[in-house]
Write a protein of this length. Structure first.
Length: 145
């Protein structure tokens, strides 16, 4: 099932890819503007645990998630636009675990884990909305073994 409303809620220019130990564009971290950083920090700690992401920096300037350096920053400001962050999951099970943990941490369903064949035959994605309505996706590109 494809979430038909996704295109209307998320600006295509706001798509951000991070994962596999690097941000895919210029190896630079991406910033997610959040209205309550502590609430968002708790959400992302739970949601990202199965993907190997954790808090690697935290201070008055923001909270950075990554594997050994920050790839996604949470910054306190009033969000003006929603963004789409797609994080690489090494396995389909990790994407499913991300979805379950994100939902348990207060995320909202934006498309349950499953194949998105309209992208490619092995595209397995799970989509949730974070506390500020940002579309967070865990995606595995590997074929089922």
């Amino acid at each position: 099932m494809v979430n038909k409303g996704l295109e209307n809620r998320v600006n295509r220019a706001s798509l951000r890819w991070v994962g596999s130990g690097r941000a895919c564009k210029n190896d630079r971290p991406y910033e997610s503007v959040v209205s309550d950083r502590e609430r968002s920090k708790r959400f992302y700690e739970a949601a990202f645990a199965s993907l190997g992401y954790r808090v690697v920096m935290d201070g008055p300037w923001g909270t950075g998630f990554g594997t050994h350096k920050p790839y996604l920053w949470l910054a306190d400001r009033q969000p003006t636009d929603h963004m789409h962050v797609a994080v690489v999951a090494e396995t389909r099970e990790a994407a499913e675990a991300f979805y379950a943990a994100a939902m348990a941490a207060g995320g909202r369903d934006n498309c349950a884990p499953g194949i998105r064949a309209h992208y490619h035959p092995d595209y397995f994605g799970a989509f949730v909305l974070d506390p500020d309505g940002h579309n967070i996706e865990a995606v595995c590109h590997k074929p089922l073994r």
